[in-house]
Write a protein of this length. Structure first.
Length: 271
């Protein structure tokens, strides 16, 4: 029996990358999954984003573990659509115990435009707020506690990111997620609902490993050097973040709330 047996997790950005890894890893520990993803392109994002086929693959992987999963395409920027997905998922699988606000973009490009700022703030900050807002009352009403993990970044603890609208917006949003976490941790503590953030370094996902991101980093050698980890590894794997989240949402971390947890190969410690 897994450490999350009988739990239901609501996960955004679940079609691929970290979100898919979280869905699979939590399912391995016994959780059922409500998986949401935009599964479409945002114009200011230079790399290919997820597709409906990616979301379908997440469904296949979770079902292969003999766990239940409900998936729906929804944009975290659209609170009404996100609420609809959450309501449909809980109607099918039952009340959620775990919320993972994971969806995010990195609109760093060689030809930046102001809209990058707007899109990254809307997705990486407002989208996180929307995710918690659509789920929190259900957690409160259930009356048995719960666990929320917001995905920030090493950029949420340091001043990295560059000086483009997308880079500045990314860093601002990831810092903002920490503020949301701390506020929600205090607000939801009386209901035994725990709220924490995880702060990955570079992760081996399509958001990081693509031609556009590599061109962006190579255009500024100083930035590339500044983003090196302390441990001798260029990137971590999605499952490394998932393993930390499994612990955070499990009873093993039942009194852990309001913390910023780096999973960063020592990146933040170097700063």
């Amino acid at each position: 029996m897994g450490v999350l047996e009988g739990k239901v997790a609501f996960i955004t950005g679940a079609a691929r990358g970290q979100g898919r890894s979280h869905a699979v890893r939590l399912a391995e520990e016994g959780a059922d999954i409500i998986a949401v993803d935009i599964a479409a392109q945002i114009d200011t994002v230079p790399y290919p984003m997820s597709t409906p086929d990616d979301l379908a693959e997440t469904v296949r992987l979770v079902e292969a573990l003999d766990r239940r999963i409900y998936s729906q395409i929804a944009d975290v920027r659209d609170k009404a659509a996100l609420q609809s997905a959450f309501d449909a998922g809980t109607a099918e699988l039952g009340s959620v115990d775990i919320v993972l606000a994971n969806a995010g973009i990195a609109p760093m490009s060689m030809h930046p435009v102001q809209q990058e700022w707007t899109d990254v703030i809307a997705t990486n900050l407002t989208g996180v707020y929307n995710t918690v807002e659509v789920a929190k009352q259900s957690l409160i009403d259930r009356g048995t506690g719960g666990a929320i993990v917001l995905t920030s970044s090493t950029a949420g603890l340091t001043g990295i990111g560059g000086d483009t609208p997308g880079g500045l917006g990314y860093t601002a949003a990831k810092h903002g997620v920490v503020g949301l976490m701390r506020s929600y941790a205090n607000y939801l503590a009386p209901y035994s609902i725990r709220v924490n953030t995880v702060h990955p370094t570079g992760v081996n996902t399509p958001m990081v490993v693509n031609d556009f991101m590599q061109e962006f980093l190579q255009s500024d050698p100083a930035m590339g050097q500044a983003m090196a980890n302390a441990l001798p590894v260029a990137m971590v794997e999605p499952v490394d973040i998932s393993n930390a989240i499994v612990w955070l949402v499990s009873d093993a971390a039942r009194y852990v709330t309001g913390v910023t947890l780096p999973v960063d190969a020592g990146f933040v410690n170097k700063r």
